[in-house]
Ligand binder design. Structure first.
Ligand code: SF4
Ligand code: SF4
Length: 293
């Protein structure tokens, strides 16, 4: 089996276009598709998934709760809270839920034992659905909730359970941008990383960060250069690949069909299978297929 993560270190460089089109082209390999960008999920739009088979509420953060009936207004809890998550209101301590980290220091110090640490309100949702090309798991963080790697880990656990049950044989993970905890969770346990970049200095610098993260997890990385023809004199991605013994498995040209396909809520490969970008992605799919069972 292969668990292939598409990452970039930066948003807007073509990750979802590549992930969705690879999912279409490699669907015969029995794939599960994971949209691992809980802050800005978008694969359900590209795959035109309008309903979910299952939506699971996800609660991650623990916060302090006070039972005021026993509070003696000593404010030791406020003193001990290094996160400044306890204010004074009407002469009683008040937990600022947004700041509380659930560390439990206030619970320990409270002389009346009236503070408990509880799982808070909703953090987000895990959503399970179907595309024409394989089972699909996505997620969505609730407004104001912190960036959550755990949510992505839960998504991947669901996809891995499909693998275990023989429903799928391979997993494609479209990771979030950057190298934050969602991307760390996306990479953790993956077999291959496809790192996509545009031919600019800033995109290369983001690609490097993604590569070093993949290296940390000992994941074999490959590079795809998107919109390569917009800056053909930029050779630094090639230099970086050479220096780090990385294979560039594809170069996708700039293609107006990419934007048009998104407007139509279709994968590029479905919208314009013979476009120049689609042709380049087909060649990439031929290589990625060799990673899979
Ligand atoms: S649980 Fe920790 S962060 Fe939250 S209010 Fe208590 S001391 Fe502060
Ligand atoms: S430490 Fe306990 S008793 Fe003292 S103010 Fe806080 S909640 Fe009330």
């Amino acid at each position: 089996m292969a668990e292939i993560v598409i990452a970039s270190g930066k948003g807007g460089v073509g990750k979802s276009t590549l992930s969705s089109s690879l999912s279409v082209l490699l669907s015969e390999k029995k794939i599960a598709i994971v949209d691992a960008d809980a802050e800005a999920p978008n694969l359900h739009l590209i795959f035109n998934v309008n309903s979910w088979e299952k939506e699971i509420e996800y609660r991650e953060k623990s916060i302090a709760k006070i039972d005021y009936s026993g509070c003696i207004q000593c404010f030791l809890c406020q003193e001990v809270c290094t996160y400044e998550a306890i204010s004074k209101e009407n002469n009683f301590p008040k937990i600022k839920e947004f700041l509380c980290e659930g560390c439990g220091a206030c619970k320990v110090i409270c002389p009346r034992q009236v503070i408990s640490i509880k799982k808070n309100n909703l953090s987000g949702w895990i959503k399970i659905g179907k595309t024409k090309y394989g089972p699909f798991v996505s997620s969505e963080l609730d407004v104001g909730q912190p960036n959550s790697g755990k949510l992505v880990t839960e998504e991947k656990n669901i996809a891995r359970s499909w693998l275990k049950d023989g429903l799928v044989k391979n997993i494609i993970v479209d990771s979030a941008a950057g190298i934050g905890c969602q991307v760390i969770a996306s990479m953790s346990g993956a077999s291959h990383a496809i790192l996509i970049a545009e031919p600019t200095k800033s995109s290369l610098s983001d690609l490097k960060r993604a590569f070093y993260l993949a290296e940390h997890f000992r994941i074999k990385s490959y590079i795809v250069v998107n919109k390569y023809n917009l800056n053909e004199n930029f050779h630094e991605i090639d230099d970086f690949a050479r220096q780090n013994d990385l294979e560039i498995i594809g170069r996708i040209p700039y293609d107006k069909n990419v934007a048009k396909s998104m407007v139509q809520r279709k994968t590029l490969i479905e919208f314009s299978p013979e476009s120049e970008a689609s042709k380049a992605i087909k060649e990439i799919a031929n290589i990625v297929e060799t990673f899979m069972d």
